[in-house]
Design a protein around this ligand. Structure first.
Ligand SMILES: C[C@H](O)[C@H](O)[C@@H](O)[C@@H](O)C(=O)O
Ligand code: MG
Length: 398
């Protein structure tokens, strides 16, 4: 069957300055829960303790990748990467796509990764590769007129269920989510006083949500093994379900130790800042965690997530992708070892459900009562379109 070839690859950023939101979802306006004194490794510097934007968490901005086929069909995707990622897509990766059959996604991925191996392998380079790969899967779905999840093997269940990440697990319970993941507010630099506040918060939330609702802490790489161990044990009596990304993602040895130290029954999770099958194999082979949480817009895209997930499945490790809107939903619905998904509460007070990548994606499905029927995904590709109101800017051409 003759499919059109890839004619053009284009990379854009979203013009609009701070508070643009979208795929770089940390780029929010003032007063948003996601930037309110959340513990990070930069917290050791007082000037960077109150706001993650102050040290640049939103410095990159969104990357938009468009791939146009000969017949005019356009696939696109958004992820985190901004102008630096645009440069890589236009000046380096486009050469591996233009003129090719869009269904040669394995060959294209391989050439992007090994063509940039000498300077990439992780971080923004793999974000850019992920953005291209996601746009390719969107294009393939549009050319075949079927949703991406059909091409990944089809749904293994009729609906997705979500836990919510945000400052208000108590409200998330009322909205029908299966659990609530809190950001950690106080890191080691704030000593025992900060640790006490972290534990008091979980205790308070447990009193509000009752015994059965999941409560988790997201530590966003802020801790050391000793502090994380103390936090886990002090929160155990309040039924903390998992402690997430507690330490430096490169400290595989530390995660291995934390998993040994954690109280019986408490899960250790990580992976949102890890990339490729090789990085996740390290987490799996070194027994670093109980759940891996790749972000499909950062780990290498769908093509790489398929490999990562197979490795985890063989080991009996769950794969619960980091919140990445439709890009993870189309994957999670197709895998038994991905039993639930994350939903990031992007409303500033985490008090209502808003589309995660708002305002960039038209038709972005959102959970209803903490769930999403598979039929919400039944549109070609990832089932979303770029909002024409969002101003695109193409910093580089080729
Ligand atoms: C809430 C966390 O601090 C991060 O902002 C969040 O994006 C990420 O870690 C997550 O797991 O959702
Ligand atoms: Mg996280």
């Amino acid at each position: 069957m003759g499919y059109p070839k890839i004619k053009h690859v284009r990379a854009f950023v979203i013009k609009g300055g701070e508070g643009g939101g979208g795929a770089d979802y940390h780029d929010q306006g003032e007063g948003h829960w996601i930037d309110n004194h959340i513990a990070t490794s930069m917290g050791r510097y007082p000037e960077y303790r109150q706001s993650r934007k102050s040290f640049g968490i939103n410095v990159l901005g969104t990357l938009v990748v468009e791939i146009e086929a000969d017949d005019g069909t356009v696939g696109f995707a958004v992820t985190t990467g901004g102008e630096p990622a645009c440069y890589l897509v236009e000046k380096h990766f486009a050469r591996f796509l233009e003129g090719r059959n869009p269904f040669e996604y394995e060959r294209i991925w391989d050439q992007m990764y090994f063509g940039s191996q000498y300077y990439g392998r992780k971080g923004i380079v793999v974000n850019a590769i992920s953005g291209v790969d996601l746009a390719l899967w969107d294009l393939m779905g549009k050319l075949r007129q079927e949703p991406v999840y059909h091409m990944l093997g089809g749904a293994v269940r009729d609906e997705l269920q979500f836990y919510a990440t945000g400052a208000r697990p108590d409200l998330a319970k009322e909205m029908g989510f299966i659990g609530g993941k809190l950001p950690l507010y106080h890191g080691p630099v704030e000593g025992d006083e900060g640790l006490k506040k972290n534990v008091e918060l979980i205790a308070d939330m447990r009193s509000k949500v009752g015994e059965d609702f999941w409560l988790m802490y997201d530590c966003w790489m802020a801790l050391d093994v000793n502090y994380a161990t103390k936090l886990a044990h002090k929160c155990h009596e309040y039924g903390l379900k998992w402690i997430e990304e507690a330490i430096n993602p490169d400290d595989y040895w530390g995660y291995q130790q934390l998993k040994k130290n954690a109280p019986p029954g408490m899960l250790v999770t990580t992976g949102e800042h890890e990339s490729t099958r090789w990085g996740f194999r390290m987490l799996l082979d070194m027994d670093c965690c109980d759940i891996i949480q790749p972000d499909v817009g950062w780990c290498g895209g769908v093509t790489e997530l398929l490999k990562i997930s197979a490795l985890a499945d063989a080991k009996g490790t769950l794969v619960v992708p980091h919140g990445s809107s439709v890009y993870s939903y189309h994957f999670v619905i197709t895998r038994h070892n991905s039993p639930f998904a994350e939903f990031l509460m992007m409303a500033p007070k985490a008090d209502h459900v808003a589309p995660m990548f708002h305002p960039q994606l038209l038709g972005e499905p959102i959970p209803e009562k903490g769930r999403m029927k598979v039929t919400a995904l039944d549109k070609p590709g990832f089932g979303v379109e770029l909002n024409p109101e969002v101003k695109l800017y193409r910093p580089y051409e080729h």
